[in-house]
Design a protein around this ligand. Structure first.
Ligand code: UTP
Length: 225
């Protein structure tokens, strides 16, 4: 049984509104893939999560509760995505254990977050590790991993390949300072390293990227291995 995990970043799923066109075309693209038997799909919170969290932060709401709110946003987005698939779970699993059991029953298992203190980056690597997926596709709104924020820094360089250690070092650098955002959190990269899960960081709006990875193990983004 060959399985893959795809992390669909909130930034491509939930912008000003839910990106239903992408959800539909993504489901059609996945339906065409014959090279894999099982698909774990982890969905981020996007604008839905950010709006609730940033509004409630102004009222000094406890971070643990803000994380719970973020988790619920990811699960709403995950449930919305299930409606575009056949042979998929109808309830959103709340733990990796439950998701792993569902993988026996469905070709596609779609979930959001699990518990406070991390993001869906970590959930997706834990799921990949658990179900024995050797590759993880991290579908984001940027076309790979850069040395800096490509939107703010015109000199930022895109990496075609990164070792796990270099990716971890870069993630640590990016995480310094309040309000910073990194391409993938350190825990997620550490889990990928220990289980040798290859991570493809790609522009998730480009459907050719998924096919190229799943058939040829190649992408126009960044491979972390
Ligand atoms: P995301 O995984 O979408 O966070 O979860 P993110 O990476 O910060 O957002 P994008 O994808 O880059 O836009 C949204 C929020 O939900 C909570 C966290 O607060 C996270 O920031 N969350 C999510 C958890 O606490 N635990 C989880 O397992 C998942």
């Amino acid at each position: 049984m060959k399985s893959v995990v795809i992390s669909l970043g909130g930034s491509i799923i939930s912008t000003d509104r839910l990106n239903l066109e992408l959800m539909e075309s993504f489901s059609v693209a996945m339906g065409d893939i014959k090279s894999y038997d099982k698909f774990g799909i982890v969905v981020g919170g996007g604008k839905l999560a950010r709006t609730y969290i940033s509004d409630l932060k102004k009222y000094n709401v406890n971070d643990n509760i803000l994380d719970e709110i973020g988790i619920n946003a990811t699960r709403i987005n995950a449930l919305a995505l299930t409606t575009f698939f056949d042979d998929v779970n109808s309830k959103i699993p709340t733990t990796i254990n439950d998701a792993a059991e569902m993988v026996h029953n469905y070709r596609y298992v779609i979930m959001g977050g699990t518990e406070p203190g991390h993001t869906t980056d970590t959930v997706s690597t834990l799921l990949a590790e658990r179900i024995g997926a050797s590759i993880l596709i991290n579908a984001t709104s940027v076309d790979g991993v850069y040395s800096g924020d490509p939107r703010a820094d015109k000199n930022a360089k895109k990496f075609d390949r990164l070792s796990y250690n270099d990716a971890i070092e870069l993630s640590i650098q990016n995480s310094k300072g309040a309000g910073t955002n990194t391409f993938m959190d350190i825990t997620a990269l550490t889990i990928a390293k220990r289980s040798k899960i290859k991570i493809f960081v790609v522009n998730g709006l480009n459907l050719d990227e998924y096919k190229n990875i799943l058939y040829n193990s190649k992408c126009d983004g960044t491979l972390i291995s």
